[in-house]
Design a binder for this molecule. Structure first.
Ligand code: BES
Ligand code: ZN
Length: 454
C-alpha cells in the first residue's frame, strides 16, 4: 500500500473533524442572508488548502461569490490535473423536516448528516486531504495539480463561467477531476461519463394591477394562477413528452449500443422505487427508467408563488404569480435555443387577458466524456484498487454546469469520480454522506494522482 494511503487511513479522525467544521458554515449561495457565510467558507477552505501544502492559494473575488484557487506545479514532465468542486450548498428549508439541524452535523450509523455533506463539501474536501497525505508522505506530488473551487454552483455558476475564458492560462491542464456525483450503491464505484444540461426559467404572469375580490371581479377577470395551470398543462403531456415545438429537434438519438449498455447497468429498480417513495415510476413509456433519468430531456416546475396560502380561506384574485421551471437537456440541445423555443411557445399560448414575463437564469449544455483517455484509465484503476471491484460507467441526470465549459473553453475532458450515494438526499432534508465513502474517496483520489503519473 502506498505510504500516502496509509497516512490517510491513520488520519481519518482528523479528516472527519475538519469536514464537520466545514459543514457548520451555512454557505447557501442562493440566499443573500448567507453571503457572509459563503465568504467565511471560502476563507476556511483556502486556509485548509494552504495547510495541505497547496501553493498560490487565494480567494478570488467575483461579481457574486468568491472562487478559491490553489496549485502545486513542481512535477516536471508530468500532466496537470484541474480539480474542481463547490463549497456552496442548497438552501436547507424546510428546516422542520431535519432530524438534526442542517448546519450542526450529526453522525448516525455510518452517515454524516448535514447540508452539503455529500453535495459537495464532503466530496470536494476529499481531494484536499488526498493532496495533503501525498505531500506529507512523499514531500511531493506525482502530478501537477490546480484547484478551482466555486461558491455559486447551486445558483448557476455565473461567476466561474465569466472567470474561465479570462483565465485560460491559469486553468490550463490536461484533465479535470470532479467528485460531485454518486455511485449506484455501497461498494460499487462508478465513473460518470454523461451529465444532463440545464435551462432554468423564472416566469411571472400578471393579471390585474392589484389583488381583487373574487366575488366582485371573478368570472370577468382572468386569474394568473388559473392561467398558469393551463400553461403548465400545455408544456408536457401526461406521459412526459414535452410539447414545446422543436424541443426534441437536436436530441442526439441513442445508439443501439448505448441502449444495450444502459440496459446492462446494475439499476436496482426496487431500491430506487423505495427511495423515491411515489406510488409508481412514471415517464416516457418508450424509454427505460435508466434512459429517462440519464439520457432523455425533461421539464419540471419547481415552485409557484402566488395567491393566498395562509391559514383559512381568502377569496382573492391574485395580481401576479411567480413560477420557477427548469428543463434538463441532453446532447446536442443548445440551452440558448431551448430558452428561445420555450419563450416563443409560452408567449403563443398565453391569453391576451394576462401578460407573461420570462427570464432565463442559467443555462448549461449536457456533456458526454471521452472514455478513451489516460485519465479515465487512472480513475478506473484507482477505484478498482480502493473498492476491490471494477467501476461501472454511468450517465447522470443531474447537472454540473462547469463541465461543459471545461470542454468548450479549456478543451478539457472531465473525470467524474463521485462518492455520493443515491440515498444521500442531496438538495433535500437530512442530506447525508456515507463516511466509508469519504475515507475511501480520499484513498481513491490519492491512487488516481499516483496512477495518472507517467
Ligand atoms: N452535485 C449536483 C449534481 C448531481 C446531482 C450529481 C445528482 C449527481 C446526482 C450538483 O451540485 C447540482 O445539484 N447541480 C444543479 C445545477 C443547477 C442548479 C444548474 C442541479 O443539477 O440541479
Ligand atoms: Zn453538487
Amino acid at each position: 500500500m502506498s505510504k500516502a494511503v496509509e497516512l490517510a487511513q491513520a488520519n481519518q479522525k482528523d479528516h472527519l473533524d475538519e469536514l464537520i467544521e466545514f459543514l457548520k458554515i451555512p454557505s447557501v449561495s442562493t440566499q443573500p442572508q448567507h453571503d457572509e457565510d459563503v465568504k467565511t467558507a471560502a476563507s476556511w477552505l483556502a486556509d485548509k488548502m494552504t495547510k495541505a501544502g497547496l501553493e498560490n492559494v487565494h480567494v478570488v473575488e467575483t461579481a457574486k461569490h468568491p472562487l478559491v484557487y490553489g496549485d502545486w506545479l513542481h512535477a516536471e514532465g508530468q500532466p496537470t490535473v484541474l480539480v474542481y468542486g463547490h463549497y456552496d450548498v442548497q438552501p436547507a428549508e424546510p428546516f422542520e423536516l431535519w432530524e438534526s439541524p442542517p448546519f450542526d452535523p450529526a453522525i448516525r450509523d455510518d452517515f454524516l448528516y448535514a447540508r452539503g455533506s455529500s453535495d459537495d463539501k464532503g466530496q470536494a474536501y476529499i481531494h484536499v486531504k488526498a493532496i495533503e497525505a501525498l505531500l506529507q508522505a512523499n514531500g511531493r506530488l506525482p502530478v501537477n495539480v490546480k484547484f478551482i473551487v466555486e461558491g455559486e454552483e447551486e445558483s448557476g455558476g455565473a461567476s466561474l463561467s465569466a472567470f474561465i475564458p479570462q483565465n485560460k492560462e491559469l486553468l490550463a491542464a490536461d484533465v479535470a477531476l470532479v467528485s460531485d456525483t454518486a455511485m449506484p450503491k455501497v461498494g460499487l464505484p462508478a465513473v460518470t461519463y454523461g451529465l444532463r444540461g440545464m435551462c432554468y426559467i423564472l416566469m411571472d404572469i400578471k393579471g390585474p394591477r392589484r389583488d381583487l375580490h373574487s366575488g366582485s371581479f371573478g368570472g370577468a377577470v382572468n386569474n394568473p394562477l388559473n392561467v398558469l395551470g393551463h400553461i403548465i398543462a400545455k408544456l408536457k403531456d401526461e406521459n412526459g413528452h414535452i410539447l414545446i415545438p422543436g424541443f426534441y429537434d437536436k436530441v442526439r438519438p441513442l445508439t443501439d449500443e448505448e441502449r444495450d449498455l444502459m440496459a446492462k447497468f446494475p439499476f436496482d429498480e426496487e431500491a430506487w422505487k423505495a427511495e423515491m417513495g411515489a406510488p409508481e415510476a412514471w415517464g416516457e413509456p418508450e424509454f427505460s427508467i435508466v434512459e429517462r433519468l440519464g439520457a432523455r430531456p425533461t421539464l419540471d416546475v419547481h415552485g409557484i408563488i402566488g395567491g393566498y396560502t395562509g391559514p383559512g380561506g381568502k377569496t382573492v384574485l391574485p395580481s401576479t404569480v411567480h413560477t420557477k421551471i427548469s428543463m434538463r437537456l441532453v446532447p446536442d440541445q443548445d440551452p440558448k435555443e431551448i430558452a428561445r423555443l420555450f419563450t416563443t411557445y409560452v408567449n403563443e399560448i398565453t391569453p391576451p387577458s394576462v401578460t407573461v414575463d420570462i427570464q432565463v437564469r442559467g443555462g448549461a449544455p449536457a456533456t458526454i466524456s471521452d472514455l478513451n483517455n489516460p485519465a479515465m484509465e487512472a480513475a478506473v484503476s484507482a477505484l478498482e484498487l480502493t473498492f476491490g471491484t471494477t467501476p461501472v460507467f454511468m450517465r447522470e441526470g443531474g447537472s454540473i454546469p462547469v463541465v461543459g465549459e471545461f470542454q468548450e473553453v479549456l478543451g478539457l475532458e472531465t473525470i467524474l469520480m463521485g462518492f455520493g450515494l443515491p440515498s444521500d438526499q442531496i438538495h433535500a432534508p437530512n442530506e447525508r454522506f456515507y463516511l466509508p465513502n469519504y475515507y475511501q474517496g480520499i484513498e481513491a483520489s490519492i491512487r488516481f494522482f499516483e496512477a495518472y503519473a507517467k
